[in-house]
Design a protein around this ligand. Structure first.
Ligand code: ATP
Length: 387
């Protein structure tokens, strides 16, 4: 696909860490003994001003009616946009989210009442068409318990509708935050599932190219849920050279515009492992130039909390995913056999890293949401993703 222009896509800045901050706010309220109803914890309370200074509120029943009314209005709006051949089969229930060229809704199969997600993609413009083609090319070939499953596709000239398995368990980092207790063992459990999915993709010759915590979803809210790798809009087959991805997760060879392979996904997994264990990013800077410089120099450290409490084996795992030379990076099959993962951190301390992770995530998100707010004010079409 045409990823070489470094074009900034609209919309991506709205997501990511912002959703984690919402969970954090809700979670800390719950922990502080605030007995707000649980349903608020997953969600909708958001601007920092409303957290500091809540408006006078209508009684709960009225609030619920208002919410239901708004939801119904939204659903009706999205139903109108859906082709009747799709709505004849699937009943649209709610909007889950939006992507650069897509809307994702929760639906119910009319005959079986089974829930699914439908990703509706606009394919009139060439960019949307390319993203959709990449995504479909992968989804039509995959069948693995740690990769989102395509159920069926409806293709029309202007829109493509992908019926997908519905993931209801939230994003990887949301779960880390909401569980209240998080150890290295928990991190290895999550990473094993992601590595299984990514290893499967690599064995098929697929490079995801946009691995990040927001694209890793839990199938259901239960503790035993599997993790699913999602969002194949930037995926490619074989080696390639186009510059695309999300800056903080991009491997040095991508930034240096060298031909690259699926080892770029392993770099991104190193970044993800670092975040999952610490709540902070290995490479981060407000300036893209400085960010890219630190990535191409492989300049990151294990300073600050909670790193002194993290085992050397866990650090070794990360270091083996983040060497500058892609040829020396662990493959997915090797990473899953790394002693830290294979033993599920058996020799590491069972120390609860949750407090430090949450604090670091919260600090990072408040920094990035204030940046995000000011950049949204300056330009409503900014994005973090390069394609
Ligand atoms: N199968 C699914 N089940 C549940 N939620 C999903 C599913 N697929 C996508 N989502 C959610 O829907 C939202 C939109 O996802 P989508 O893949 O369309 O775009 P995106 O990846 O968020 O953005 P972009 O296209 O810019 O990368 C995200 O919050 C994503 O987590």
């Amino acid at each position: 696909m045409g990823c070489g222009t470094s074009k900034e896509l609209p919309g991506a800045s709205k997501k990511g860490y912002a959703s984690v901050v919402q969970s954090l706010v809700a979670f800390s309220k719950a922990r502080d003994g605030n007995d707000e109803p649980k349903k608020r914890a997953r969600g909708t309370w958001f601007s920092s001003s409303s957290v500091k200074d809540p408006p006078i509120q209508a009684p709960i029943s009225q609030q619920q009616e208002l919410k239901d009314g708004r939801q119904q209005h939204k659903v009706a709006k999205y139903k109108d946009k859906f082709d009747p051949r799709v709505t004849a089969r699937y009943d649209i229930k709610a909007l889950i989210g939006r992507g650069s060229f897509s809307r994702v809704v929760r639906v119910e199969h009319r005959a079986t009442r089974q829930p699914f997600a439908i990703k509706m993609m606009e394919v009139e413009a060439p960019e949307g068409r390319e993203v959709c083609a990449s995504e479909l090319a992968v989804l039509q070939r995959v069948n693995h318990s740690n990769v989102i499953q395509l159920i069926e596709v409806f293709q029309f000239p202007q829109r493509v509708y992908m019926v997908l398995e519905l993931a209801t368990g939230g994003e990887l980092l949301e779960r880390v935050v909401s569980r209240g207790h998080f150890t290295e063992r928990d991190a290895t459990q999550a990473l094993r599932m992601v590595l299984a999915g990514v290893g499967y993709l690599h064995n098929l010759g697929v490079t995801h190219r946009d691995l990040k915590p927001e694209n890793i979803l839990y199938y259901h809210p239960g503790a035993d849920s599997r993790l699913l790798v999602t969002d194949f809009g930037l995926a490619s087959f074989g080696s390639t050279k186009t510059t695309c991805g999300t800056p903080e997760y991009m491997a040095p060879e991508v930034l240096l515009r060298k031909p690259y392979t699926c080892a770029v996904d392993m770099w991104a997994l190193g970044v993800i492992a670092y975040i999952v264990l610490s709540g902070s990013m290995p490479f981060e800077d407000d300036s893209r130039t400085r960010l890219y410089r630190s990535i191409v120099r492989g300049k990151y450290s294990f300073h600050g909390e909670p790193w002194p409490s993290v085992s050397n084996l866990a650090k070794d795992f990360i270091q083996r995913l983040l060497p500058l030379d892609p040829a020396t990076r662990l493959t997915a099959d090797q990473a899953i056999r790394h002693p830290w993962v294979a033993t599920m951190a058996a020799s590491s301390s069972m120390r609860n890293l949750h407090r430090s992770i949450s604090r670091n995530l919260r600090q990072r998100t408040s920094r990035s949401s204030s940046r995000c707010l000011s950049s949204t004010a300056a330009s409503s079409s900014s994005s973090n993703k390069l394609t």
